[in-house]
Design a protein around this ligand. Structure first.
Ligand SMILES: Cc1cc2nc3c(=O)[nH]c(=O)nc-3n(C[C@H](O)[C@H](O)[C@H](O)COP(=O)(O)O)c2cc1C
Length: 265
């Protein structure tokens, strides 16, 4: 199955079937995580953890004991790099039939951070359960999905623009399929903060900021979403794309900031 099929098939899985994750699947996931690269070149430390052994829990996850988490040094672009790498891992898990859910909030964070031996200059943005999806979702999961309209996304015309923010991109643009992959990316509370201005082979990515996702130290969870969007765009172009950070100076709508440019090769 190619990356685009995996992107369309993936959904957050919060109800697992109770079977332990097979040893060979654990090994595959860890091996993949340790080789995953981001276009920012920032290293991430990964760990697979047992909930029982480490006192980990999440009120929204049932039916699996295995979790994966990553930590990264606090530094410019750490959020985007983490989002990019973790989403690659999520899609790889999907290819093995293993369910995941990005979790930044609904967990006992201190227990996870202790299990990750998090240092003061590091951050553990998100974690995910790993397991085999149950046939039926729990009632809580069904309600949660409804609450954030998890099965839908904003319209193409509200997200993607032609050289300027006041011109929606025609739906027959050459990079349409890759942008469609961006549109279906997962994001915190399904806010979909990505906006993209296309100019020839260049796609300029912007974050439309919502209130409450950036802390006093400047850490911004929606930049993790942006990393996921960049990952999906790269998947849509089969990796034949180069990332640069060089603001083209396009006039911006309110609460919108430049993140990166992807140039098709
Ligand atoms: C950065 C990030 C953080 C998230 N944090 C949580 C969380 O704390 N708890 C949760 O249940 N889901 C969390 N989610 C999952 C989103 O709610 C979910 O991806 C979104 O609603 C779209 O649904 P889908 O993943 O099924 O397509 C998070 C997703 C992302 C990308």
């Amino acid at each position: 199955m190619n990356a685009m099929e995996l992107i369309r098939r993936r959904r957050s899985v919060r109800t697992f079937d109770g079977q332990p994750l097979r040893q060979e699947d654990k090994e595959k996931i860890l091996r993949f995580a340790e080789t995953v690269e981001t276009p920012y070149g920032l290293p991430i430390v990964w760990k697979l953890m047992s909930a029982k052994e480490n006192g980990l829990s999440s009120p929204v996850i049932v039916g699996t004991d295995t979790w994966i988490a990553g930590k990264i040094k606090r530094q410019p672009h750490a959020e985007e790099a983490f989002g990019f790498a973790f989403e690659k891992l999520v899609l790889y898990a999907e290819s093995l039939g293993i369910g995941t859910t990005w979790i930044a909030g609904t967990m006992n964070r201190p227990a996870f951070e202790k299990a990750m031996t998090l240092e003061a200059d590091e951050v553990m943005p998100c974690v995910s359960p790993l397991g085999y999806p149950a046939e039926k979702m729990s009632i809580r999961e069904t309600l949660m999905r409804k609450g954030v309209r998890a099965d839908s996304r904003m319209d193409f015309s509200a997200l993607f623009f032609d050289r300027r923010f006041d011109r929606p991109l025609p739906e027959d643009a050459p990079c349409r399929d890759a942008l469609e992959m961006v549109r279906w990316a997962p994001s915190a509370v399904n806010k979909q903060p990505w906006r993209v201005v296309v100019d020839g082979r260049q796609a300029h990515f912007y974050e439309k900021k919502s209130k409450g996702y950036q802390d006093a130290a400047g850490w911004d969870l929606q930049k993790v979403d942006m990393g996921i969007a960049l990952c999906h765009y790269a998947c849509g172009l089969e990796g034949k794309v180069r990332l640069t950070v060089s603001d083209p100076g396009i006039p911006l709508p309110e609460d919108t900031v430049y993140i990166a440019t992807m140039t098709a090769e």
